[in-house]
Design a protein around this ligand. Sequence first.
Ligand code: AHM
Ligand code: MG
Length: 334
Amino acid sequence: MKTLGEFIVEKQQDFPHATGELTALLSAIKLGAKIIHRDINKAGLVDILGTSGISNVQGEVQMKLDLFANEKLKAALQARGEVAGIASEEEDEIVVFQGERGENGKYVVLMDPLDGSSNIDVNVSVGTIFSIYRRITPLGTPVTEEDFLQPGHAQVAAGYVVYGSSTMLVYTTGYGVHAFTYDPSLGVFCLSHEKVRFPAKANMYSINEGNYIRFPLGVKKYLKYCQEQDEATSRPYTSRYIGSLVADFHRNLLKGGIYIYPSTASHPNGKLRLLYECNPMAFLAEQAGGKASDGQHRILDIVPTQLHQRVPFFVGSRSMVEDAERFMAQFPDE
Ligand code: AHM
Ligand code: MG
């Protein structure tokens, strides 16, 4: 049995110039994940379910557990000297870690502390997503928004924690994707899947089909293609949609599939946030042999202009994302 801590240290030894700072940062995320795991598991027992009555900057009501997860992760990251600041789906502005320690931190962390919040109250899987960049402003100064508005290809690490039938932490530092399953009796994440790759065969599609009427024509045509009978390509495909990006992505990563949140009439740029959701998932997808796009362009090449920017999102097995892109190109909206 190899623990996440042991695995990270072992990998660090491959890089003689590594300072161990990223290792320490990942262990702060690991600690935050354990705390969130503990509290999600007793969520029905304590007064933590339901809405907080507060809305975030995008006008969405925050669940109490969202705020809880945000506070715990922020505290775990601030306790380390490696992090100069964070941006979070639950924070209106960037959070600059003040003082000498924060100003000398090399990294910034962007996160969605608890993704899939509509599933919290009904005991369905939710997740934490994180994305790590090296700051671009000089050490010894407070970080600015510029440090956070970097294109996804500049990420040094990204990952997620899925709180499902078991809790798993999945991450990449650009050398493959590795997954660890949490053993609550020991309090450790144990290596369960090394160098995860999307399987060659892919036949699942995940999309909120209730929005069908408002989808772009290319997506409508692609969905009809998924539902057609064709033995040679194993169609019709299977539809699976949890409504938690992390859980839907995780299943598709292990089983082969595509997740789509396109633009809709109510969400013209899609619903998902480029910095907290799409970039980290795109980095993981590419590292696992998959693909991530906005329907036309590589997600990791988009230069962000706003912290809470949204983008249409197509992610998963390479062949399925390429098929969807082909339909988007072939059937543009008038
Ligand atoms: P959230 O960050 O507010 O939880 O929203 C993101 C979630 C994704 O996890 C999920 O895939 C999507 O929203 C579901 O949206 P919808 O209910 O519109 O299908
Ligand atoms: Mg989210």
